[in-house]
Write a protein that binds this ligand. Structure first.
Ligand code: GLY
Ligand code: MN
Ligand code: MN
Length: 435
């Protein structure tokens, strides 16, 4: 693994939280993700299964975890099944986890090879009543491809049709949305690496630099810090920033334009999510600064408004009301636009058409029931923006925060965001020949 070893207490704590939610005679089974094929004999690199990682720290393909807290045999209460290492695998794919290594990572005593799974699973199923199986229940997911978990569900139902089956996601979402202290530490690490990458860009961006060169600077910074991109980076100069999911990143950055950077690192599978908008030439124009400061005020007020007990829906409504006022001030909306607005279509949607923020964690758009009130330990992004295609630019800012009983904590408080900070740091760029 590339990241530093995580203390297995984190995963022990997560399993204890899940065990606390299981009814008597329950078993939960989780599978690794598939290594997805590309073309010919190619494949993508494994993207670890977030739930399996959350409960075990295991990132190896084909792994299976079961948790059966009241199994009669104490050795059957939690078992991790792994691919058995061999000389052949070592030559072709490299190192696979030994039992001792997997025990150290996960804190699970019982580690077995996959060949033992069918026999032991039959035994435990004869004892258990309730079976909790996993599936992707993210509301915005497009699920066209069958996962290992999906195939396992079908096999289980076929072999053991008389058990009572449950959706493990119903338990995992409320668990994962509340971050443990160890998780917040890892998220802060991802945020700090992201800040290093952003700092590097403030010294690098100038007229003539291409968006892909900016991407290359970041990947260098992230990989040398044992991280990777949390998502496809959006590096959007000028009007490109008005395309919300722009990631061609193939255009030159021109003098006088703004550059929108939605870029972040993933460290130890924990994701940051940062957006900053900077002036390519190092100084904002008057208009750019006006719009920038409007977005910054909404971001700051929305961070302060992310308090325990609030509903996401109400939090977003508050930000939309603030945005309406800012857009009036900027001359982008008229009072009559606001009078005409409806609950479903607030006036600001013309210029701020996406959500204010989302849970963040092992997934960038993390799991969690956002119809529930904010609770301590929720990590959220706060990402207002103003997109003005008719003026050829957009500004979005995005910070990551933790909701606590004492008010929100901004994990990105040290990442430059004020106009003056950005301009001062950019003024210190090395004086290379202009391109
Ligand atoms: N970078 C993805 C998002 O901001 O939601
Ligand atoms: Mn983002
Ligand atoms: Mn985001």
């Amino acid at each position: 693994m590339r990241h530093a070893l995580i203390d297995s207490k984190l995963f022990v704590e997560h399993r204890a939280r899940l065990k606390g939610l299981l009814a008597p005679k329950s078993i939960a089974v989780l599978n690794a993700n598939d290594v997805l094929p590309t073309n010919a004999d190619g494949s993508l690199t494994l993207h670890p299964n977030s739930d399996l990682f959350y409960l075990s720290g295991i990132e190896q393909e084909e792994s299976i975890l079961w948790i059966a807290p009241d199994a009669f045999d104490p050795r059957h209460r939690e078992i991790l099944f792994l691919r058995e290492p061999s000389e052949h695998l070592k030559i072709w794919e490299g190192h696979k986890l030994s039992k001792a290594e997997a025990q150290k990572i996960s804190g699970i005593e019982q580690v077995k090879w996959l060949s033992e799974f069918p026999g032991l699973f039959r035994q435990i199923m004869c004892e258990m009543e309730h079976v909790h199986l996993n599936s992707n229940e993210h509301k915005r997911a497009t699920v066209d491809v069958q996962t290992r978990d999906d195939r396992f569900v079908l096999e289980c139902l076929k072999k053991f049709p008389l058990h009572t089956y449950h959706r493990l996601a119903r338990l995992m979402h409320p668990l994962r949305v509340v971050k443990s202290v160890g998780e917040i530490r890892l998220l802060q690490e991802a945020v700090d690496i992201t800040a290093e990458g952003f700092g590097r860009l403030l010294h690098f961006v100038k007229p003539g630099v291409h968006e892909y060169e900016v991407e290359a600077e970041l990947i260098h910074e992230f990989v040398r810090r044992r991280a990777k991109f949390a998502y496809n980076p959006i590096i959007a100069s000028g009007a490109n920033a008005c395309t919300l999911h722009y990631n061609q990143n193939d255009q030159p950055c021109r003098k006088g334009e703004l550059l929108l950077l939605d870029i972040a690192a993933c460290y130890a599978n924990y994701n940051a999510d940062l957006t900053r908008t900077i002036p390519v030439s190092g100084r904002f124009t008057r208009r750019q600064r006006q719009v920038y400061n409007a977005v910054l005020r909404v971001m700051r007020a929305s961070i302060a408004g992310a308090t325990v007990g609030k509903l996401h829906r109400d939090w977003q409504k508050e930000s939309q009301a603030m945005m309406n006022e800012e857009l009036l001030e900027l001359g982008l909306l008229k009072k009559s636009d606001i009078k005409k607005q409806t609950e479903a279509e607030p006036a600001c949607r013309k210029y701020f058409m996406h959500g204010l923020g989302h849970p963040l964690g092992l997934d960038v758009h993390d799991v969690g029931y956002t119809d529930q009130p904010f609770a301590p330990g929720w990590v959220l992004t706060v990402e207002p923006g103003i997109y003005i295609p008719e003026e050829g630019f957009a500004v979005r800012l995005e910070n990551d925060i933790v909701v606590t009983a004492d008010g929100p904590v901004d994990l990105m408080a040290r990442t430059p965001v004020e106009v003056s900070e950005i301009e001062d740091l950019m003024a210190r760029r090395p004086r290379h020949k202009r391109r």
